[in-house]
Design a protein around this ligand. Sequence first.
Ligand SMILES: [Fe+2]
Length: 149
Amino acid sequence: MPAVPRHPDTVAGFAGLARTIAADRAGWAPLVRYDAASRWYHRLRTGPGYEVWLLSWLPGQGSGRHGHGPSSGVFTVLEGELTEYARGTRRALRAEALRTFAPGYVHEVVNESLVPVVSLHVYFPGLTEMPMHEPVAACSAGTVQLAAD
Ligand SMILES: [Fe+2]
């Protein structure tokens, strides 16, 4: 695997950064906490124009349907399985699954499993807003399509 530059400046570079951090379990695992009241998050590192966040999700915790303002992003699951609802699809995200998105992307992420989940999120530029959107009734009505990856 090619070396990840210290400060990536492409989507592929940020994906590589996320994979590199994910592989360093001894680096992130001791930092993880769980909060019964809401998702727990911790800013793991910052660089020029980007931020890396570590999140934990107890069973049932979710993001609500939201956008990311002007930010693009990369996120991956470090432990467990998350479910992402976006654009009428339901996608299971297990460890090593990696998602990228551009500004304007709207999704909802939920821990629908029975065990805690840990995830890693890179935002570029750093996340300055997370506008909430109305829930999509189709998600709870079972009419979403399963994503095929
Ligand atoms: Fe998001």
